[in-house]
Design a protein around this ligand. Structure first.
Ligand code: THU
Length: 120
């Protein structure tokens, strides 16, 4: 639902448990109230699965048009939301609609991230 930007984005999450959850960006007439495709996919995952491997993100793919020839990568807020349910090695693949793609590690997209988990 992107009537304001006309920039459609889709996201698909594969969990450690093996399930797939998808989302789209959902814009709003009050622009800041819109949410990203990654956020929608995370909401679908949390709605569908109990805590555990069904809520742990193994991989996410984001599909959108390129901007000035560059693939669309998740915004800062979505990187933090992905980190909430992901792992340092979670694969983040960004692709254009023709399948030109690149894969990053989540920890490379969000280094030194904030987390409440004790690592000791
Ligand atoms: N958008 C996403 O859904 N995911 C991204 O990774 C980047 C941006 C959306 C938000 C808004 O609906 C539109 O793209 C233009 O910013």
């Amino acid at each position: 639902h992107a009537p304001y930007s006309r920039f459609a984005v889709g996201a698909a999450i594969r969990t450690v448990g093996g399930a797939l959850h998808v989302g789209a960006n959902v814009e709003n007439a009050s622009y800041p109230e819109g949410w990203c495709a990654e956020t929608s996919a995370i909401a679908a995952m949390v709605s569908a699965a109990e805590p555990g491997p069904g809520r742990r993100i193994a991989a996410v793919c984001v599909v959108a048009d390129t901007i000035d020839g560059r693939l669309t990568t998740p915004c800062g807020g979505c990187r933090q939301r992905l980190a909430e349910f992901g792992m340092p090695d979670t694969e983040v693949t960004v692709s254009d609609p023709e399948g030109r793609a690149r894969t990053y590690r989540l920890a490379d997209l969000l280094p030194e991230s904030f987390s409440m988990e004790k690592t000791a």
